[in-house]
Design a protein around this ligand. Structure first.
Ligand SMILES: [Zn+2]
Length: 467
């Protein structure tokens, strides 16, 4: 084998690069298994290191795949399994960018093999198909064969792991000679979405962030957080704040003030949402404007006697929330948007202005404005029965009917993160979350997620059904 040249300094300045290729028993990462892995690790600290191994997949290799790769059942019979190799492989990949041609495929397989071994795996991924598209936008085809042909790369053992890894590395070398090292490095930076780190953070501040869901806290110079956010994947979310492409004005300010990051993992979206609202409520970070707006949320309530809906802010009525006897509609983000919706619904359903409370008759039986222009059915002047109008009001409101709480008292939801082996037990009552036994204020996001989750995973809730 020819000697492998190291990558140019402009690239290595970004970190170590582990070029990798895998051969498999098929194309589906969730079902199919690895048969071979090759890695070439490039680093400033040492010359390029090659690591490769056949892998015993534990299942037969389909004959057409044996024919394509040349890897036969006999060859892998005595090879180590992924489980045997996992520590060595992790050592090869850890602390380096994961580089592969069509990297989603290789990353998917490696991640799934680690998952089967009961271990999480995460890495920053650089796909050389995307790198090729970025550097050669006019070229037709960015598959490995097209690239090999176009750049006249010399490769041996195509469709074996090391052969394809070498071809991929050769392509990057070749691109560096055709473009400048700096422009290849810039393309890699952009594809890796490498954040331009806030000036006052240590360079490794984002490295330890996990892939799991959770809540993150940004601190300025004192001990109060300036921003609290939630994420389905902490690392990606926090980095997104600082990826130069889409930094909002708020992110720019945050970036200037930021001195320190803390995070708390949760088992899922729910846990993150609840922890976020709880922490925001406690600490009132300067930059969490949107969450504080939630305090204005409320409902329209219909009483027995009148068709005029009453506004009720959610904070006023935690006690009756979810009670089956109350006709409640919403939630609405605030009183003004409830009124807007009501006007719209009134027109749409040809309801009476007087009956809905938008106007009142000066004398008994006076027609409302909508009646004058032919849109009200005439309950105001006795042309429609009160019960009929009521029925149409309920119909108009129907889609926004706020459901009764389906449990007798509290219910516990079990949120699971299988990959990170974590379970959170979350407590709810009357559509509100509880922390330490006390209900948090009603929150529209929590409510909507609860409705969705109850429909999807009813088995994960334990409580006494109310009906
Ligand atoms: Zn009317």
């Amino acid at each position: 084998m020819r000697e492998i040249a190291n990558l140019p300094d402009a690239l290595l300045a970004l970190g170590d690069f582990a070029f990798i290729d895998v051969e498999t028993t098929g194309t589906k990462p969730l079902e199919d298994r690895l048969t071979e892995v090759a890695i070439i690790r490039f680093s400033r600290a040492h010359p390029p290191r090659v690591w490769q191994s056949l892998v015993n997949p534990g299942v037969p290799i389909p004959s057409e795949i044996q024919a394509l790769t040349g890897i036969t059942n006999r060859m892998v019979r005595d090879a180590p399994t992924f489980f045997d190799l996992r520590d060595e492989l992790r050592g090869q990949l850890e602390g380096a960018y994961f580089v592969a041609h069509n990297a989603r495929f290789d990353y998917g397989f490696i991640k799934n093999e680690f998952r089967r071994a009961g271990e999480p795996f995460t890495s920053d991924v650089l796909c050389t198909v995307r790198l090729s598209r970025k550097l050669y936008p006019g070229a037709s085809g960015h598959g490995l064969d097209a690239i090999v042909a176009r750049h006249r790369l010399q490769i041996e053992n195509r469709h074996r792991a090391l052969g394809d890894t070498l071809a991929t590395a050769q392509f990057v070398h070749h691109a560096c000679s055709e473009h400048s090292e700096q422009s290849v490095a810039a393309a890699a930076r952009a594809l890796l979405k490498m954040p331009s780190l806030p000036a006052h953070l240590p360079p490794d501040a984002l490295d330890a962030l996990p892939d799991s869901p959770g809540v993150y806290l940004f601190y300025g110079i004192n001990d109060l957080p300036i921003y609290i956010g939630k994420a389905k994947a902490l690392r990606e979310r926090v980095r997104a704040h600082f990826s130069s492409d889409h930094m909002s004005p708020n992110d720019v300010r945050l970036s200037q003030e930021l001195r320190r990051i803390e995070w708390m993992p949760t088992a899922g979206e729910f846990g993150a949402l609840l922890l976020e609202s709880q922490l925001v409520k406690e600490k009132l970070p300067l930059h969490n404007v949107a969450l504080r707006r939630k305090e204005k949320i409320g409902f329209l309530v219909l009483d027995e006697a009148s068709d005029v809906p009453r506004w009720m802010s959610a904070s006023e009525e935690v006690q009756t929330l979810g009670a089956p006897s109350v006709l409640r509609f919403g939630p609405f983000t605030d009183k003004a948007s409830a009124r807007k919706w009501l006007m719209y619904a009134g027109k749409e359903h040809e309801l009476c202005d007087h009956a809905l409370g938008f106007s009142s008759p000066r004398i008994q039986g006076e027609r409302c404005f909508s009646r004058q222009v032919g849109r009200c059915h005439g309950v105001c002047e006795g042309a429609e029965g009160g019960a009929d109008h009521r029925a149409r009001v309920l119909d108009a409101f129907g889609a926004l009917a706020f459901p009764p709480w389906p449990f007798e008292g509290r219910a516990i939801y079990e949120e699971r993160d299988v990959a990170n082996d974590r379970v959170d037990l979350l407590e709810f009552d009357r559509w509100c979350a509880l922390t330490g036994g006390e209900p948090l204020p009603f929150d529209g996001d929590v409510y909507r997620l609860l409705v969705r989750t109850l429909a999807r995973y009813p088995d994960r809730f334990s409580g006494t059904a109310a009906f």
